[in-house]
Design a protein around this ligand. Sequence first.
Ligand code: KG4
Ligand code: ZN
Length: 364
Amino acid sequence: MITLNTSMKKDLTFLGIETSCDETAASVVREDAKGNVKILSNVISSQVDEHLKFGGVVPENAARSHAEKIDIIIKKAIDDSKCKFEELDGVAATAGPGLLVCLMVGLSAGKSIAGILKKPFLAINHLEGHALTPRIFNKIEFPYLLLLVSGGHTQFLIVEGIGKYKRIGTTIDDALGETFDKTAKMIGLEFPGGPKIEKLAENGNEKTYVLPKPILNHPGCNLSFAGLKTAILRLLPKIKTKKDKENLAASFQKTINEILYIKCKSAMTEFISKYKKDKKVFVISGGVASNKSIRNNLDKLSKEMDFENFFPPIELCSDNGAMIAWAGIERFKKGIEDNLDVLAKPRWPLDPDAPFLKGAGVKY
Ligand code: KG4
Ligand code: ZN
């Protein structure tokens, strides 16, 4: 990584490329000299249908699909933005974390375009893309509390600045998105299960099933969802009708909301004790942040705890190229640029000093 002097004030137009898992995405984002940001294009091609017959994402198939589509998706992002390649001020691509063979497709495409155009290249941490998304449209100052809830990650982080993260809590087993997906699969719903559970829950009675809330009363803000999944597996013989499924979905979502309420409250308390700030901000991002019931629950908690909270717009909660372009702009403005020999990093925690807890069977 090299550091540049970027004190100039001008429009910045970046291409962002995302291929860390099963979305092939590209976007052009522009920030003008006054700091107003516009997403000029946002093209996403999901591979969901291609992976259905295998019951999940097979890395080899996903990588092939990215390779087949990446040129078309990038060209469409450029065409939709009405920009020319030459007008770009930089190119950003996800370099990790994610599936190695998938990351390599978008990363190579980004490096090639930047190399040919002789424009700055930025290798982006996908999680930083999620973490900074709400700053596209809001002036959110550092530090802020972040709940990152996606298919592969569930963490509480304090965002101290660009590239500066402190993890204060994490799931010790399954990610929340994964828990939604596995629950959905158990009752016969296709991947991704989160939105389907949310829909089903609308007509269900949330009081029907009492589900466990693992490690709820333990100190701190680590989370655990594996026990919840096992409890649902045991209930399965009783889940026969559509009504049973609706009731289970509603009970599951209520349980998740109760867990999040308590754990987010602990995270907020920790944030308050560490940072004596008048204006306290809570950002919730990642695919699961598009769930309206979770949004309402965390809106309520934020009011109670005197936090201002921000969710990305629904269309930017799940994986997209705009968040990668934006993270590229944010990093570039800090004077950061990456070399073209940068490699994909399948594992790339935002807080490298935080201990690896997932699956560690943490004892309290
Ligand atoms: O951030 P994302 O698009 O990809 C990863 O980086 O993992 O998150 C995808 C996850 C999936 O597990 C999906 O089921 C979940 O987000 N998700 C939802 C909702 N929409 C997507 N979970 C609950 N409710 C939703 N409405
Ligand atoms: Zn993601």
